[in-house]
Design a protein around this ligand. Structure first.
Ligand code: 5GP
Length: 203
């Protein structure tokens, strides 16, 4: 069997609910590893260093890029975000499926570097619903909400580049769709090639 894990890249506009969907999925799949990103943005209320993000000073972040410590990175809404490389590769080697919850510029870098990764875009049901979700969560001021909405339009334009699109209408449906996508990809002919070869070798 090909024992290396799957690399699963999940993007979606801020407010699409991808975090909630992933949290639920992670609760029920022991083989999934959620990659903790690094960022230069300030922690929000109830966010902890090493749990939600590694919160870094800008210079520290830039040094890590220079030292080839990031699998990808992007500047998003005036802050840097990036995926620390080593842990992702270690977990994949161990056979864990690794989830990267990242924005679209970073996802396109992964597409170049790791063409075997699978790409899932989480969509809000509509733009008015996205605005409602961003406003209701009250973590950003109105100016930031407007900025995130216009960023969302650019991001949704990139949904065409992804392998799968999951509409997050209800969280439980979105989780089931994501679970089905992962299961199907674990049984793809690419993932099963080594197994087929082994069976034929002993025929
Ligand atoms: P937030 O500030 O709301 O936590 O995240 C803003 C955006 O940055 C989200 O779309 C989130 O998925 C993305 N993001 C989080 N971590 C990373 C990362 O490591 N790399 C990239 N490229 N984007 C990230």
């Amino acid at each position: 069997m090909n024992n290396k894990g799957l690399l699963i890249v999940v993007s979606g506009p801020s407010g699409s609910g991808k975090g909630t969907v992933l949290k639920q999925l992670l609760r029920t799949d022991d083989n999934l590893f959620y990659s903790i990103s690094a960022t230069t943005r300030s922690p929000r209320e109830r966010e902890n260093h090493g749990e939600h993000y590694y919160f870094l000073e800008k210079q520290d972040f830039l040094d890590r890029i220079k030292n080839d410590g990031m699998l990808e990175y992007a500047c998003y809404c005036d802050n840097y975000y990036g995926t620390p490389k080593d842990e992702v590769y270690q977990k994949l080697e161990m056979g864990k499926d690794v989830i990267l919850e990242i924005e679209t510029q970073g996802a396109m870098q992964i597409k170049e570097k790791c063409p075997e990764a699978i790409f899932v875009f989480i969509m809000p049901p509509s733009m008015p619903e996205l605005r409602r979700r961003l406003t209701d969560r009250k973590t950003e001021d109105l100016e930031t909400v407007e900025k995130r909405l216009s960023t969302a339009i650019c991001e949704i334009n990139l949904a065409y580049e992804y392998d799968y699109v999951v509409v997050n209408d209800t969280v439980s449906d979105a989780v089931e769709k994501l679970r089905a996508i992962i299961l199907a990809n674990k049984n793809s002919k690419n993932k099963m090639k080594k197994f087929i070869d082994e069976v034929l070798n002993y025929a």
